[in-house]
Design a protein around this ligand. Structure first.
Ligand code: PEP
Ligand code: MN
Length: 347
């Protein structure tokens, strides 16, 4: 941590900072410049953080040097992690495709979407039974009935399930069906939910808040990790900007930035970023090329009647193109496409 003193800071201001830090068990190194003094602090940053140095006389700025997240940081864990979801890896050696409907609507729609996902080369099935909707009048998801449909479709296709949980009270129930729990953009800073998924025993897909900085996203991951769960996959899904041509702006640079700062895998959701079908394949290419550990996309057998996010869902023709790029692009960036799991034998 570095304290930048104001140009008019007095020698007493500087001495009192040095004394305060010393009393808290830290060490202060004073560098007097021509116009300003800078004080370098060494010690327990969390402890020093409680001193509220920013509010002291003569202090212009307090700059943290070490990162505030620990467990998810790459500082103490230089190797990048692989998270395994019911045998399916998401990590630095592979490119894992995840596809499925935005929302579970009916058994047939979910099965058709899962077959499309498999045809695309998807190793996991996504699908929401609990939908966090902007409007309270919009379809909110089928709840547990939707989870049962997902479990049946997993049985039939062999695809493990990724599904969203929106309320800490539902975590146990959702975890009893799901292979991976999704925390959506609107809940990235729902700290009670983060703690609950941290204790769930299931891997977590943590979407970036649409208004969150990368540091806030990693701090959200830290809440999950702090409960003993390091099976976290980060998902960049677009952020709010001034641009209105797309639903959200895909922050493609967040992928290498987050991968440098954290050992956790980072995947991209081009469907919720662009919000338009015609953008999904170009953004998927960008995601694979930039080094994403996976891509998660919406597919739907009949997007024109979809209850949620039809305009961004891929249809059959797109799925064939997605299959081609998911097979061809990863080897160009030193990865292999995670294989589609075998369906369980019919009993
Ligand atoms: C979703 O994946 O279905 C979803 C709601 O995504 P997001 O939280 O990124 O909007
Ligand atoms: Mn959606």
């Amino acid at each position: 941590m570095v304290i930048v003193m104001a140009a008019d800071a007095t020698p007493d201001d500087i001495d009192s900072i040095v004394d305060l830090v010393g009393a808290a068990g830290g060490e202060a190194f004073v560098s007097r410049g021509v116009s300003r003094t800078i004080i370098g602090l060494v010690g327990d940053v969390d402890q020093l953080g409680t001193l509220n140095l920013r509010g002291k006389g003569g202090v212009a700025d307090v700059v943290r040097i070490s990162v505030p997240y620990k467990l998810v940081s790459r500082e103490n864990h230089p190797d990048r992690s692989t998270v395994t979801v019911r045998g399916v890896p998401i990590g630095p050696d592979t490119m894992t495709l995840i596809a499925g409907p935005c929302a579970v609507e009916t058994p047939d729609q979910t099965l058709q979407a899962a077959l499309m996902a498999k045809a695309a080369g998807s190793a996991l099935l996504r699908g929401g039974a609990y939908k966090p909707r902007t409007s309270p009048y919009a379809f909110q998801g089928l709840g547990e009935a939707g989870l049962k449909i997902l479990a049946d479709v997993r049985e039939e296709t062999g695809l493990p399930i990724v599904t969203e949980v929106v309320d800490a009270h539902d975590v146990e129930l959702v975890a009893s069906y799901a292979d991976m729990l999704q925390v959506g953009t609107r809940n990235m800073q729902n700290f009670a939910l983060l703690q609950a998924v941290g204790s769930s025993g299931r891997p977590v897909l943590l979407k970036r808040g649409m208004n969150a900085t990368i540091e806030e996203w990693l701090m959200a991951a830290e809440y999950i990790a702090q409960r003993g769960n390091l099976d976290i996959v980060l998902c960049e899904r677009g952020i709010r900007t001034f641009e209105t041509a797309t639903r959200n702006t895909l922050d493609i640079s967040a992928v290498p930035v987050a991968q440098r700062l954290s050992h956790l895998p980072v995947i991209v959701d081009p469907s919720h970023s662009g919000g338009k079908r015609e953008l999904v394949l170009p953004l998927s290419r960008a995601a694979i090329a930039v080094g994403a550990d996976g891509v998660i996309v919406d597919v739907h057998p009949h997007p024109e009647t979809a209850l949620c996010d039809g305009p961004q869902a891929l249809v059959d023709g797109d799925v064939r193109e997605l299959a081609t790029l998911a097979r061809q692009l990863p080897p160009l960036v030193g990865r292999t496409l995670t294989p589609v799991p075998e369906a369980a034998p019919v009993r």
